[in-house]
Design a protein around this ligand. Structure first.
Ligand SMILES: NC(=O)c1ccc[n+]([C@@H]2O[C@H](COP(=O)([O-])OP(=O)(O)OC[C@H]3O[C@@H](n4cnc5c(N)ncnc54)[C@H](OP(=O)(O)O)[C@@H]3O)[C@@H](O)[C@H]2O)c1
Length: 341
């Protein structure tokens, strides 16, 4: 099969940072689906994993998480899918990734792809939808079906225009919350408003002063989707007593949790790969993806695709990595088939 991978962790400007490869096609066993991958999207986890290591690898490493494709074969324990089903998923951090013509993925972390979306649109959605959903409804414990109660509560999303923020803003608006999202440029500010933000703050300027100027004393929830070290002090200042904070980006230095002591505020991490990494509650991810697919088909959730490249080869995947590495993506970039290397 065709695949795209690397044996050295190189800057994306180096043509060897991602290379076209030919590898044996894997065979499904147990709960695994064999999926013919049609399109992939690139997330910061792709660029971080590709660029982050130091070692020269003995075997090519195939990364890639977001994918849409067709099931072509199934393991003997599979009950949820059949060959021919169109699926979308974000995969596991432990296994070979979606930058390959065929990939094995556990059926329990897979969703039925939204039927009204193109391959490129569907591939843009799984990882960010899982992250946003888990952060809002599992880690911040925002009630799913209580719009009236949620309407009295405020959520600040730091980085509203990136991949995760674009979905989190929509889901929070749908859940009934008053949504305040940050974006720093006219185009990203317009994007977050279009996706349901009631107020927009600029994360390049001090946030507490802007929050107060917008008429808010503090906020009930904060979802941090950007550099935690940079924003921590402001987060601790803006959260209300007994408020909830969730973050998805690891801090590089220690963060002062004692800043929350007197406010009794709760801090939680979200890592989209926790369930597949530790092997628990796997089916909840398939359920979230099916629910997101129904919302995408109904138009309750808008797909967040902003850039499509094709065909699927190393040159286009390098271009997509470079866009994500710029740190200024609005929405998502996807590389679609056919496979052509
Ligand atoms: N824990 C998990 O499960 C999980 C899952 C997904 C992602 N992540 C992590 O979460 C972060 C966001 O992911 P993503 O896919 O949404 O990223 P992304 O799409 O690359 O985010 C791009 C956006 O970041 C904004 N931004 C840049 N600098 C910022 C700053 N200093 N403060 C606030 N916003 C800033 C930019 O807005 P402007 O151009 O308007 O400044 C841009 O629109 C990444 O670090 C990623 O690794 C974690």
């Amino acid at each position: 099969m065709k695949a795209i991978g690397f044996t050295q962790h190189l800057p994306i400007s180096d043509p060897h940072s991602l290379e076209d490869l030919t590898l044996p096609q894997p065979v499904p066993t147990g709960h695994d689906l064999l999926v013919n991958v049609h399109a992939v999207s690139v997330n910061p986890v792709d660029t971080g994993t590709r660029g982050g290591g130091r070692r020269q690898l003995a075997q090519p490493k195939i990364i890639g998480w977001d994918a849409v494709g067709t099931v072509t074969a199934i393991g003997d324990a599979v009950t949820l899918f059949h060959p021919g089903d169109r699926v979308y998923y974000a995969g596991s951090y432990k296994r070979a990734g979606s930058d390959a013509e065929y990939q094995l993925v556990d059926e329990r972390i897979v969703g039925h792809a939204p039927t009204k979306l193109t391959d490129a649109q569907a591939a843009a959605m799984p990882l960010t939808s899982l992250t946003a959903w888990e952060a809002l409804f599992e880690k911040l414990h925002i009630p799913l079906n209580n719009k009236a109660a949620n309407a009295r509560h405020t959520l600040l999303i730091i980085n509203g225009s990136g991949g995760v923020g674009s979905v989190a803003t929509q889901l929070a608006h749908w859940a009934g919350l008053q949504v305040i999202a940050t974006a720093s440029r006219p185009e990203s500010q317009q994007w977050v408003r279009a996706h349901g933000a009631d107020q927009v703050l600029n994360h390049r300027q001090p946030l507490p002063a802007q929050l107060h100027a917008a008429g808010y004393k503090n906020v009930d929830y904060i979802l941090n989707l950007s550099h935690l070290d940079e924003h921590w002090s402001e987060i601790a200042e803006m959260i209300r007593p007994d408020g909830w904070i969730a973050a998805i980006t690891e801090n590089r230095q220690g963060i002062a949790l004692q800043r929350l002591t007197k406010k009794r505020a709760t801090f939680a991490w979200e890592w989209m790969f926790s369930k597949s990494w530790y092997g628990y509650d796997l089916a909840s991810q398939g359920e979230i993806l099916d629910r997101a697919a129904a919302m995408l088909d109904a138009g309750t959730l808008q797909n967040t695709l902003t850039k499509t490249l094709n065909p699927l080869n190393a040159a286009n995947l390098r271009q997509a990595h470079a866009l994500v590495e710029s740190g200024h993506m609005i929405g998502k970039v996807v590389v679609t088939g056919p496979w052509a290397n």
